[in-house]
Write a protein of this length. Structure first.
Lengths: 90, 380
């Protein structure tokens, strides 16, 4: 179980989206757990081939994940994951 | 250039500030910064950069003041509606500090003019409101070797960073493409016009951006290079993320593939290749009065639609593809939004993805309708 926080900008597409603890020992398995609770979010975050979409970013703690293609970065229970995206407003 | 006695009095709180003093104040006076965008971020940034005495400030914007700007763009008032943002801003800023020189660029920053404009300055502050200009500013700063003080906002959130900055050891920091290599597909990340923004948020984020500009220009402190600052008003959370240069960055990675500015509208998937038929408000009004069976589709957000509409079916832009079966493929269908931009996007998607041939766009949107047909329409 790792704590996941989302940029609130994602609530536009997933209105009930809230930060919570999700099961998983890698970024990929965490996203699969998130998909169970918020169906469709995986398509928003990942390309068809499973790579992280280029306008989305995931941080483990304060560091960017290393593997954007397979999302294999290991996750432990003490990790905090941030999923966010580019903002355009000014 | 050194400070006059009057300037020393004006900046006295800086002159007795530890780490600042006369030498740093004179650095500010001899600095030139370009502020791109005079909107939510640009307004507070310009006011503070003017107040603190940056010597030369370039101001870029092609837009005019709109009533919907006034909830957050604190440089402008009701009497400025319809006037050029750059000229109104500079007139007010000159009154604020007569010791600052302003350079007005009442143009849209584009690949054709960006390098020539940016080359005149020591640093650039990006306060624009769209992805094509953000990538343009980033790329132009990398190509000209200028630091880019970046900020962006949406709803209750803000982001700030300093890109393309060389530290005291001569090491170059990351740029925008190291975090977001390519822009989101059109429609995946809404702008403030669609999603809204808390009025005070750009004041907070724009002020932080101004402080980073001062640090970059003067060399005091540690700029937010290699870091991305995030702020969320709702839970008052802040976070500073570490960002690194990407060896695959197409601008300055191991094998650079971008050596000149590109077409950023096309890069962001916004190139308008599809021809869109338009309908002027007076023509739509006449055809309605004549009893023609037109199908109207309003693609604005729910709150906007309920605030004021001219009838028709409500299908917000982000649902248009999913609900296309509610839109007839025969008879004239008129797409409507506030300014005509979102409805044009909806039409492009419907033509490109579903082959519609019976769509037209209300020219100028409901703003034009209000002006020409119905002044009482209570638009946001």
């Amino acid at each position: 179980m790792a704590k996941v926080k989302f940029t609130s900008a994602l609530q536009r597409f997933f209105p009930g989206l809230e930060g919570a603890y999700f099961e998983g020992d890698s970024v990929q398995s965490i996203i699969q757990s998130i998909e169970v609770r918020y169906p469709g979010i995986q398509h928003y975050l990942l390309e068809e081939d499973g790579k992280l979409r280029r306008h989305v970013n995931i941080f483990l703690g304060n560091e960017m994940i290393l593997d954007r293609n397979q999302l294999s970065d290991p996750v432990t229970d003490s990790d905090e994951i941030l999923i966010f995206q580019a903002l355009s407003g000014g | 250039m050194t400070l006059s006695d009057q300037e020393k009095l004006r900046y006295s709180r800086h002159l007795n500030l530890p780490m600042f003093g006369l030498e740093v104040q004179e650095k500010l006076k001899n600095s030139k910064v370009l502020v791109v965008g005079t909107g939510g971020l640009g307004a507070p940034m310009l006011q503070y950069l003017t107040a603190v005495g940056v010597g030369t400030i370039g101001v870029v914007d092609f837009d005019v003041v709109d009533e919907s700007n006034l909830q957050r763009q604190v440089l402008f008032g009701s009497h400025d509606i319809g006037k050029s943002k750059t000229s109104v801003a500079i007139a007010k800023l000159k009154l604020q500090n007569p010791f600052v020189t302003f350079l007005e660029f009442n143009v849209k920053l584009e690949a054709s003019n960006a390098l020539a404009i940016i080359e005149q300055f020591d640093a650039v502050a990006d306060g624009t409101d769209n992805f094509p200009t953000r990538y343009l500013v980033n790329d132009a700063c990398v190509l000209t070797g200028k630091p880019n003080i970046y900020a962006s906002i949406y709803r209750f959130e803000g982001q700030v960073s300093v890109f393309n900055w060389i530290n005291n050891e001569g090491l170059l920091g990351p740029n925008y493409r190291d975090i977001f290599p390519t822009p989101p597909p059109p429609g995946m990340v809404p702008n403030c016009a669609e999603g809204g923004v808390l009025g005070v948020l750009p004041g907070i984020i724009g002020s932080i951006q101004a402080s980073e500009v001062i640090k970059v220009l003067t060399g005091i402190g540690a700029p937010l290079s290699g870091k991305l600052f995030l702020f969320d008003v709702l839970d008052f959370s802040t976070r500073v993320l570490n960002i690194k240069r990407d060896p695959l960055n197409p601008l300055n990675g191991i094998i650079p593939s971008i050596t000149e500015l590109i077409d950023y509208e096309e890069f962001c998937g916004l190139k308008q290749l599809t021809t869109i038929e338009v309908l002027a408000p007076q023509d739509l009004h006449r055809r309605i009065l004549e009893g023609e069976a037109l199908c109207l589709i309003d693609v604005r957000e729910e709150e906007e639609f309920h605030q004021a509409n001219i009838g028709g079916k409500w299908i917000p832009l982000n649902e248009i593809e999913r609900r296309f079966d509610e839109i007839p493929k025969s008879g004239t269908v008129v797409l409507i939004c506030k300014s005509g931009q979102r409805s044009a996007t909806a039409i492009r998607r419907l033509i490109d993805q579903q082959g519609y041939q019976n769509l037209c766009n209300l020219e100028g949107g409901l703003i034009a309708w209000k002006r020409v047909i119905s002044p009482d329409l209570n638009l946001f």
